[in-house]
Design a protein around this ligand. Structure first.
Ligand SMILES: [Zn+2]
Length: 339
């Protein structure tokens, strides 16, 4: 995707997945995995979530091959094909988990999807991969409830909008939040109608570290999943909260991504869910992205936290930890009455 200067290189580029895949291969973490190619999704799959207008816009702009579709979302000649492959990865992974072929799946595809609403492409996202896979999986017998964990640096606004009134889909999004401008992603947004309490936002302050993310897992995500008891778990796996990421402003390292992997593994066991499907969202430093995904996979496989080269000593800001603890208490106070 093109991006104005001073970025010398577009940050949402094929290098993200190419460098990550090469790193994962060399690390040996893929030894016990099955690797499959993503098929191209059908337009009718995309229409499970998106308006005819959005689908036609992506088709048209892809034909033109340039221009802007929405805020920070640009067209290139291969846009439609690439976006359909990215949806296809999420759908194929989901099928493999539902059929019992694998317990967990990871779709290492781009472009990301969680900012795309039912009618608007935005934030480098065109089709909402995780939302389409969620709608599709709910058509299966025995899959009535889906939880989506979104740990991308940014609020999963598209996924939130799509399922805001759907009581069968629980979305838990932990993200960086700007308390000076109060955009979407505040903990006061809890869902609507019967779905009240199923939309859970954990808006953390800029420069939050592993400690605050640990707190959100222990205090909010664990209890929320245990209460909701999903039949399957989807993960919007964005890695732009990493301290080396050029886009996010958080301060976590690969240890927290290991923790998310190990947490999802525990939750699948504890809730009796069929398994988990991870769909790549952000993460724009191709080097820290590979490390972070590796850490998640090791957690998901039940391995100990790996010692990786990004895990260096960094300053902890106690005032940020304290402020985040208060946010977490507010989230619990707001959500709990609806459980
Ligand atoms: Zn992001």
């Amino acid at each position: 995707m093109p991006f104005p200067k001073p970025h010398l290189e577009a940050f949402e580029s094929p290098l993200r997945t190419q460098i990550s895949e090469r790193y994962l291969d060399q690390s040996g973490v893929l030894q016990d995995t099955i690797r499959v190619k993503a098929p191209k999704a059908k337009l009718e799959d995309v229409r499970l979530v998106h308006s005819a207008y959005l689908v036609e816009t992506v088709e048209l702009m892809s034909d033109i091959g340039s221009g802007q579709l929405g805020e920070s979302s640009y067209a290139s000649p291969d846009l439609l094909r690439t976006a359909l492959l990215s949806v296809g990865g999420a759908l194929r992974g989901t099928e493999m988990v539902v059929s019992g072929e694998v317990k967990h799946a990871f779709s290492l595809m781009r472009p990301p999807g969680h900012h795309a609403t039912s009618s608007n492409p935005m934030g480098l996202c065109y089709f909402n991969n995780v939302a389409i896979a969620t709608r599709q999986v709910l058509r299966n017998n025995g899959i009535n409830k889906v939880s989506i964990i979104d740990f991308d640096d940014h609020h999963g606004n598209g996924t939130s909008e799509i399922f805001y009134t759907d009581e069968n889909v629980q979305l838990i999004s932990v993200h960086e939040y700007d308390y000076e401008n109060f955009g979407l992603g505040h903990y006061a947004e809890i869902g609507y109608g019967n779905a009240k309490g199923t939309n859970i936002n954990i808006p953390l302050l800029e420069t939050s570290s592993n400690v605050s993310y640990e707190t959100t897992i222990d205090r909010v995500m664990g209890p929320a999943l245990t209460k909701f008891k999903p039949d399957i778990i989807m993960v919007s796996a964005g890695y732009d909260a990493h301290y080396a990421d050029p886009v996010g402003n958080m301060d976590v390292d690969s240890q927290i991504f290991w923790r998310f992997g190990s947490f999802v593994r525990e939750m699948v066991k504890a809730t009796g869910a069929k398994g988990s499907i991870w769909v790549l969202e952000g993460g724009y430093n191709p080097f820290s992205l590979g490390l972070s995904i590796r850490a998640s996979l090791e957690g998901l496989f039940g391995k100990d936290v790996p010692k990786l080269e990004d895990q260096i000593e960094r300053e902890e800001y106690q005032q940020i930890i304290d402020a985040n603890n208060e946010v977490v208490e507010k989230v619990i106070e707001t959500i709990e009455p609806h459980w």
